[in-house]
Design a protein around this ligand. Structure first.
Ligand SMILES: [Fe+2]
Length: 229
């Protein structure tokens, strides 16, 4: 009876954690898993992420970002096309830049925050367009402070180890990040990544990106003036 109670409590804990992940908007896929993560009806932009091994058909007018067989190269192909993907392929609807590819052999080139750095594997063609980044986090750091993004991030962990923290205050979900983990973060999902003794190298795809001041220059924010309580 006691063990059942304990089991029920553990089960509740798992359920609560699952609920938090759902409420805050994060999905994790372990290395080796096979799944398709699709845009939610509430998303502004449509995408479909194919995790694991898939034959992906890309229609005219769409494009696909995917990793090469050894995950040490990245490809961008416009539809119509078909690609064989073994790690992660993400189709973005209604965006069709030129085909391109890059190896992922060198390190990052741009300073980021808190000792982190990045490289634009595929920069945004125009401000606000999708972009594929390479994010390096050294040991014992955090990727920014807790933050949100206005568009979806589909993140593939290339090497190393880290922790994803999602939620607010005492209500957070932590999840280990290691080689092959895929993490899908919904818009406005409060999160950050952390590292311990190992660095973390991951590849975030921005399902459309940000344009700087434009996101801060709107009536709700500009028209709000903080006062003492
Ligand atoms: Fe982030």
């Amino acid at each position: 009876m006691l063990s059942m109670t304990v089991a029920a409590r553990e089960c509740d804990t798992v359920a609560i954690k699952r609920d938090l992940a759902e409420v805050f908007g994060v999905r994790f896929f372990a290395a080796g898993s096979s799944a398709v993560a699709e845009a939610r009806p509430t998303n502004l932009y449509h995408y479909r992420a194919f995790i694991g091994t898939h034959e992906v058909a890309v229609e005219a007018g769409d494009c696909v970002y995917y990793l090469g067989d050894d995950a040490r190269s990245a490809w961008l192909r416009r539809g119509p096309t078909r690609v064989a993907s073994h790690h992660l392929a993400t189709v973005i609807r209604g965006y069709m830049p030129e085909d391109r590819s890059t190896t992922i052999q060198q390190g990052t080139t741009l300073p980021y925050v808190n000792g982190c750095s990045t490289k634009q594997l595929f920069p945004a063609e125009r401000p606000g367009d999708p972009t594929l980044q390479l994010l390096h986090m050294p040991p014992y750091t955090t990727e920014q402070v807790h933050h949100i993004h206005s568009t979806v991030r589909v993140v593939y962990v290339l090497s190393g180890r880290g922790i994803s923290v999602v939620g607010k205050g005492d209500h957070t979900v932590t999840h280990e990040l290691c080689h092959g983990t895929v993490c899908v973060l919904e818009p406005m999902c409060p999160h950050h990544f952390e590292t311990r003794a190992e660095p973390l190298l991951c590849i975030p795809l921005h399902i459309f990106s940000s344009t700087g001041r434009q996101e801060l220059d709107h009536p709700m924010l500009v028209g709000t003036h903080l006062i003492d309580p």
